[in-house]
Write a protein that binds this ligand. Structure first.
Ligand code: CS2
Ligand code: MG
Length: 402
């Protein structure tokens, strides 16, 4: 089997997605998610200029060799653009292999370690009481794990909370939206939110929170310690992760489980986190973390240190990534939880999916390969438009983490 054609499908059914399609001489094709929110065309250019010409003529079954060809062969290492391109190629090759062998991808990577995949939903409100109501609504939908984010008194808006109840889609068309941020207001507010949630819903529901990279280590240590009595499933992105050893301080002050990694793209972003057991869950997703090939190695290393997976699964990661994640989640032993933020209905006019939500879990069928498809004609009806993620400024105007 040989690769004869490679296409990029850039579209925007409610938000931008970039999809790679690798076509072979036997008519079998594979799909890979290549979406990097706010930087889609950077990945498209990387693929068009530097990857696609080298893919033509290759045997798509040689997944491991092709991964290293594009990782080592490029000379320049790591980074979200390069690794998203490699991830998309990797996903598409696993899709081809599964289709050619008539096997769902999970059966190519070890088979089922479980029958269904625990997911967590998002619940957010403008204040504590609205967030409490929104968590209750998710419990009514059968979710067993819920991430709670709320507006912060004194701040006009904050990550994770949509305005006027619209579906939360942070990337906005036009220049980056700038918001005002104040960490002190945030740190005073969040413990109140979770103490209230435990008062209302008790201890059984898994509660999660995303600090979204905005604390310093000592601020995160304070927050994690104050949240200990609320027994969170995890506190996510407590501190930005470039300084891995920064998590030693949090770890020394609290037993609140910690998750990180959605902005990471290789194992090298995680080696200290893993070997010093500074975290409990790895969020680095298939679409940005080097594909199934790399994440299998990451999960294997993590398993030695009692660390589980908790893949990123926001709406800016496409249904192709979610399907690939679900195959992975089914198979690996040290699976923790999968983020599930349902895509808008319009997205499913473009992407045909083989998974569904039931009773707090996602279920994927045995369609060979990844099991998803893309309708290129419908995709053409939703052209790409540049969109940026927001950014924050502190009260004094200093640029800060969103
Ligand atoms: C968030 C994301 O889902 C999460 O945990 O951190 O919504 C993140 O803000 C977006 O994926 C950024 O594109
Ligand atoms: Mg996050």
């Amino acid at each position: 089997m040989k690769i004869t054609e490679v296409k990029l499908i850039l579209c925007s059914p409610s938000r931008n997605f970039l999809t790679l399609k690798i076509i072979t001489d036997q008519g079998v094709y594979g799909l890979g998610d290549a979406t990097l929110n706010g930087r889609e065309k950077a990945v498209a250019t990387y693929l068009e200029e530097y990857c696609i010409p080298c893919l033509i003529g290759k045997d798509p079954f040689q997944i491991e060799d092709i991964w290293h060809y594009f990782y080592v062969g490029a000379y320049w290492r790591r980074g979200p653009v390069k690794m998203t391109a490699i991830s998309a190629i990797d996903m598409a090759l696993w899709d081809i292999k599964g289709k050619a062998l008539n096997i769902p991808v999970y059966n190519l990577i070890g088979g089922k370690s479980r029958q269904k995949i625990l997911v967590y939903a998002h619940a957010e409100g403008k204040d504590i009481e609205e967030t409490v109501d929104r968590v209750g609504a998710k419990i009514d939908q059968g979710f067993l794990a819920i991430r709670a984010q709320s507006g912060i008194p004194g701040l006009e808006d904050t990550y994770g909370v949509s305005r006027n109840n619209a579906p939360y889609e942070p990337a906005v068309r036009g220049n980056p939206k700038e918001s005002i941020w104040d960490t002190d207001k945030y740190l005073n507010h969040i413990p109140r939110l979770f103490k209230r949630l435990r008062e209302v819903y008790g201890d059984d529901i898994h509660l999660l929170h995303d600090a979204h990279h905005r604390c310093t280590p000592v601020e995160a240590a304070r927050l994690a310690r104050e949240l200990e009595s609320c027994h969170l499933f995890w506190l996510e992105d407590a501190v930005r992760g470039e300084l891995q050893e920064g998590y030693r301080l949090i770890r020394s002050h609290s037993t609140t489980p910690l998750a990180i990694g959605e902005v990471f793209n290789t194992i090298y972003d995680l080696t200290t986190f893993i070997t010093e057991q500074l975290i409990d869950y790895i969020r680095m997703p298939i679409v940005h973390g080097g594909g199934l090939t790399h994440l299998l190695k990451v999960a294997a290393m993590a398993s030695v240190y009692h660390i589980r997976t908790g893949f990123h699964g926001a709406t800016d990661l496409s249904p192709v990534n979610l399907a690939a994640s679900l195959h992975f989640d089914l198979a690996v032993n040290n699976f923790g939880i999968q983020e599930y933020m349902p895509h808008q209905p319009l997205v499913h006019e473009v992407f045909k999916i083989n998974y569904e939500y039931r009773d707090g879990h996602l279920h994927i069928d045995d369609t060979p390969g990844l099991g998803v498809d893309i309708d290129e004609e419908v995709a053409k009806k939703h052209p790409y438009q540049r969109a940026y993620l927001p950014m924050n400024r502190k009260m004094d105007g200093t640029v800060f983490h969103w």
